[in-house]
Design a protein around this ligand. Structure first.
Ligand code: DGT
Ligand code: CA
Ligand code: CA
Ligand code: ZN
Length: 564
């Protein structure tokens, strides 16, 4: 058993104890232990197995928790957890995910109505029975209903980054290739699909230490959960002569596949996960490679990111697909934070990491003062930091640093810092971090006004969405994109895995309206610079070429382009 699983069982038990209203001190000790285990570089299972080691030597793990861990290692649960699960069904834990529903509410729901599932809670709200509970009212019922609706939409989906990390571990273990939404670069992934031609793949998949809860197990297919967060993984074994057909089929999207199959039928062919065949006589036309399938259908190869049935088949027939941007096209990264605001590293450390990636330039864009929590910069500090950046550039660090700022757009659309200070900087990205629930008209005006500031070069995370958590704020995107194009303000594609903002459809629309783009990471740590790959996936899904993206320019040309 791996550490996250130990941590999950302890955390779950703490949640249940909280529902039961037990001693906060004991609850906290479970939570602290879970956090300690989560961050422990060593495997708990190894320490337990080593007779020369004492598990209580791990900080945060006392005698009581140590006993629980031993029990978990032995039989997958422990007495305290079993006891709590006898009181409350495990579905009660899911209720805690709904905003406004805390442990006390869960307990009251159980005690008064024996309700412990989302379905029952939704019904109870509709029947207006929740308002009878202490501290509840009609407004709360509405809020809970909205929360449940949202939860159902996102439940069971995972960030692209999470699925990518799982695939990086599992695919090599089964000699497999990831397909499905992960291969298409969708920002969230429902389940991970892996294909392999290795007959031993299923066995090795199920033997992998991170794999648990086997959902289906056959000769050529198995489904199970992976890791502490329980991402579902489907592994399929296919014959080598069908590999391309299977990869094509299981990469999807379903809509793309349907359109492709219709095309095949019109050509007297039939396409399935085994291959492309003549309708009459069943002669095999293709199937070993994806390229072969597209070619036999009279199409150029369609990159997986475009397979959403959004005109890509037509374009492939006309040989008019764009030459999509590649990660190697990027020369720099234009949104990152340092310790000057809420980043975790210094200017020097960020620049060193950028040089290691082979970049020619970066912009340091710390927060402005409206983001007090992030220790945002006022005019004086911004200008002083710019001077520090320029001194740094004198030191010949091998990568050019632009003195930038992520300047807050205030509620009325004014910039957080005075324009004369902003003008002294090389690169200002303007972002909304507050008042995200304005009426669409007001939000539109706010963004339009922000772009009136001559110092603004880019619009940061332009829709403000946080994947699986917060919807985009509402405004007239086309109006704003048109104005951005007119003024030469670039649209940011924020590569942070929780944001991936803009998304594909808006990127494509913005491009049609004449916008240019930057792809940036919003890094708060040197390791976040690697997230640029996710932003590039978004750009590709938005049909962008290197020419559409400003930070593919070499330093000299980029500097010239900064003069707006
Ligand atoms: P997800 O897992 O919800 O993020 O999205 P996908 O696209 O990975 O969907 P999934 O895992 O259900 O299926 C993988 C691929 O298999 C899907 O993209 C296309 C193909 N597929 C699944 N069901 C059907 C179907 O009913 N018809 C066709 N033509 N293809 C299908
Ligand atoms: Ca999938
Ligand atoms: Ca699947
Ligand atoms: Zn931001």
């Amino acid at each position: 058993m791996e550490n996250p699983e130990f941590a999950r069982l302890l955390g779950e038990t703490a949640d249940l104890m909280e529902i039961a209203g037990e001693d906060p001190f004991r609850i906290r000790s479970y939570r602290n232990a879970a956090a300690a285990i989560e961050n422990l570089p060593e495997r708990i299972a190894d320490i337990l197995r080593d007779p020369a080691r004492e598990i209580t030597a791990v900080p945060g793990i006392g005698k009581g928790i140590a006993g629980a861990l031993r029990e978990i290692a032995e039989r997958g649960s422990f007495a305290r957890r079993d006891e709590m699960l006898a009181k409350y069904p495990p579905t009660a834990l899911e209720l805690l995910r709904i905003p406004g529903v805390g442990p006390k509410t869960v307990r009251a729901l159980w005690e008064h109505y024996r309700v412990s599932t989302l379905e029952d809670l939704a019904r109870l709200c509709e029947e207006q029975k929740v308002r009878a509970l202490k501290g509840m009212g009609p407004k709360m019922e509405q809020k809970i209903l909205a929360g449940i609706a949202h939860y159902r939409q996102v439940a069971g989906r995972f960030l692209l980054s999470h699925a990518a990390a799982a695939a990086a571990e599992l695919a090599p273990a089964v000699n497999g290739t990831p397909a499905g939404s992960l291969r298409r670069g969708r920002e969230t992934v429902g389940d991970l699909d892996i294909l392999s031609t290795d007959p031993g793949a299923i066995e090795r998949f199920l033997a992998h230490p991170g794999v648990h809860d086997v959902l289906a197990h056959g000769e050529t297919k198995a489904s199970a959960r992976f890791g502490s967060e329980g991402l579902q993984v489907d592994v399929r074994v296919v014959a080598p002569e069908s590999f391309g057909a299977a990869l094509q089929y299981f990469t999807g999207s379903k809509e793309h596949n349907v359109a492709l199959r219709q095309r095949a039928l019109k050509m007297g062919l039939t396409l399935n996960e085994y291959g492309l065949f003549m309708l009459e006589g069943e002669r095999r036309m293709a199937g070993e490679t994806e390229e072969g399938i597209y070619e036999a259908l009279g199409l150029v190869f369609i990159p997986p990111e475009l397979r959403e049935n959004q005109g890509e088949i037509d374009a492939a027939e006309r040989r008019a697909l764009p030459a999509l941007i590649e990660p190697e096209d990027l020369r720099g990264d234009l949104h990152m934070h340092t310790r000057e605001s809420d980043g975790r590293a210094t200017l020097e450390e960020m620049a060193a990491a950028a040089r290691e990636r082979g970049y020619d330039y970066i912009a340091i864009t710390d927060h402005s003062k409206a983001l007090a929590m992030a220790n945002g910069l006022d005019e004086k500090r911004a200008v002083a930091f710019a001077a520090e950046v320029r001194r740094f550039n004198q030191s010949g660090a091998g990568v050019h640093v632009f003195a930038g700022l992520e300047c807050d757009i205030l509620r009325d659309g004014r910039m957080d810092l005075a324009e004369d200070a902003l003008t002294e900087l090389d690169f200002v990205v303007a972002s909304v971090h507050s008042y995200m629930n304005l009426e669409p008209r007001e939000m539109t005006d706010r963004l339009l006004r922000a772009m009136e500031c001559r110092a603004v070069r880019a619009l940061g995370h332009p829709t403000g969405r946080v994947l699986l958590h917060r919807d985009a704020y509402h405004y007239e995107f086309e109006t704003v994109a048109r104005e951005a194009a007119r003024r030469g303000v670039w649209m940011e594609i924020n590569s942070s895995p929780e944001r991936l903002d803009l998304h594909a459809a808006l990127i494509r629309r913005a491009r049609e309206l004449g916008c240019r783009f930057v792809i940036s990471t919003d890094a708060h740590h040197p390791k976040h610079l690697a997230n640029i790959a996710f932003g590039v996936r978004m750009a590709r899904r938005g049909w962008l070429t290197a020419d559409d993206v400003m930070n593919t320019l070499p330093l000299g040309k980029f500097r010239a382009a900064l003069g707006r």
